[in-house]
Design a protein around this ligand. Structure first.
Ligand code: GRF
Length: 203
């Protein structure tokens, strides 16, 4: 049975698209059944609709607290029988209860080689820091922002002429390969967590 996946988005959804494309192969071990956005009208929703996937907009502004908003997302995910949650450019912090209830079943993609450059503006900060390698990380989500056991990383060179935009584009290409790979590993049940490490069977 293919694992049922819910994707949380807030924006353009290019990583969602990479996941949709991977899941379009019937041999892929996961299928996307629901896409939730906290922002109405974003391009990610159009991508989901075009692929024939159910969407739900849950505007966070309509909720009294982060916990109430997360509880509504949780209800939707469970009602759809979701087994794995992918954060794909989802720009909201998640409450501890939500993170705990999806522990080891929720993954995020971050545009940097963690644990370097957690948070925002990773490409600008990488250029400013003068690092020669930059990249992306897919990790299991834990209570701390951009933390949690790492499933997949990929690196690209930082070139002398790079701007934030050229570096972002080089990293994004790798994101679109790393995210489907990480989802595959998790969906195939090949991931075991030991402390801070994710061990991948047969890698
Ligand atoms: C990506 O760079 C991802 O790593 C980060 O947010 C961005 C989302 O882009 N978490 P997109 O919406 O997937 O195009």
């Amino acid at each position: 049975m293919r694992k049922r996946v819910g994707v949380l988005v807030s924006g353009r959804g290019s990583n969602l698209q990479a996941l949709l494309d991977a899941c379009a192969d019937p041999a892929f071990p996961a299928e996307i059944v629901l896409v939730i956005s906290n922002i109405p009208g974003v391009f990610a929703l159009e991508r989901a609709e075009k692929a024939g996937i159910a969407t739900r907009v849950i505007p966070h502004k309509g909720f009294a607290s982060r916990e109430a908003f997360d509880a509504e997302m949780d209800r939707e995910l469970r009602a759809a029988g979701i087994e794995i949650v992918c954060l794909a450019g989802f720009m909201r912090l998640l409450s501890a209860d939500f993170v705990t209830s999806w522990r080891d079943r929720m993954i995020n993609i971050h545009p940097a080689l963690l644990p370097s450059f957690k948070g925002l503006h990773t490409h600008r900060r990488a250029i400013e820091a003068g690092v020669k390698l930059h990249g992306c990380t897919v990790h299991l989500v834990t209570a701390d922002l951009d933390d949690g056991p790492i499933l997949v990383q990929d690196a690209v060179p930082v070139l002398a002429a790079d701007t934030e935009d050229t570096l972002a584009a080089r990293v994004l290409e790798r994101e679109h390969k790393a995210y489907p790979l990480a989802l595959r590993l998790l969906a195939e049940g090949r991931v075991t967590v030991e402390g801070n490490r994710a061990l991948i069977r047969d890698e």
